[in-house]
Design a binder for this molecule. Sequence first.
Ligand SMILES: Cc1ncc(COP(=O)(O)O)c(C=O)c1O
Length: 409
Amino acid sequence: MNDVLTLLKFLCQPSGAGGTDLLDEYQRVFAQTITGSNSMLALAFWRGRVALWTILRACGLREGDEVILPAYTCDMVPIAVKFAGGKCVYVDVEPGGFNSSLEHIADSITNKTKAIICQHTYGIHQPAHKLAALISNRPITLIEDCCQLISSDSSHGTVAIAGDAAFFSTQWSKPFSTGLGGMAVFSNNKLYAASRDILAAFSQEANRRRAQSLALQLLLYRLTVRPKTKAMIAFLYRWAQRVGMVKGTTTPEEFDDRMPSDYLRGAVNVQAVIGEKQLKQWDKNVKHRRMLTEFYLKHLPELGVDITPMKAGEEKPALWTVPLFVENAGQVLSRAGRLGLPVASWFGPPPVHIVSPSAKRFDYRIGQCPRSEWMVAREIHLLTSPEVTAKQAGDAINLIKQHGRIANY
Ligand SMILES: Cc1ncc(COP(=O)(O)O)c(C=O)c1O
């Protein structure tokens, strides 16, 4: 209800919503809450992909420089690398896991490597400090993709950043949401200063309009989305995007490797205010996700799922979602959607680099990373978000038990 009143106020005052005077405090609180440290510097962006683009440019990436990244990732990652002028060098997922192995990442380094993106897929922590040590004497920037990471250390519930910088997304489905939003957090002060200068040059054009549109979308989301209605609302949202009523999180130009004219944008006040409210609930959010992760990990072995890689050495991980693979993903998802159960998929259509017509444009060769391709086609995941109840989590497990054809690579 609190958010509803704030959003209504923003809708009536678009200049306040589209302002940027509240960002300094939001950046400070974000860095402090998420990393548990007062010394980390953060910059807020309109979306996570823009944070990545900015870090890449700030590290001096030039046309044709290589950027190593996981093949099993969100479309927006290779697209941002291409927009920044880099060449994507993909690394497959390690056998039996969800992240790329550090050995394979290290093997992909050449004298053209300018940056490495180390992704913590589903919130499964990748030991980035080992990678940092491996490249410490080379002019390579280590960027952690923390868009799905909740915590890297279950005893503190915070994210330790071992790379030069990390980027986060606060998009609809992410660990906490401002609708759209992104943040970069830096341990390298020079990279921070260069990123801040790049961000300062972004246009502020149409800030009010974007902020108002986001406030309206957030308001509708808060008023209408419940586990039972989520699938139907998602369907309506995609329809509204298709007919041009709302601008979605991604535009067709991006999939076509053309940077939209309003791609490079910083964050606005509406994101700062909603973000800070979410950060106040962060400990509760992490605790809930840890509880549901534990519940799923207890029951998945009954279905024949190997949960070892999801623990990644942690006794009690808090995951963004708990993944598994089924041969009939479409069927399970539509059944779960009809029943309003917390089962979703990271991938509707496959990521753009894994689709034949566009693969080459994104420096990918079909068949290059077979494990990632296999996973993309079969992935479903169990949600741990704060609105999911233990009863719904149990019903989701039962649904998969009855209808899912579990697949093992
Ligand atoms: C792993 C990963 N990286 C990057 C992104 C891009 O974030 P955004 O949509 O905020 O640009 C996402 C979000 O979907 C993601 O899941």
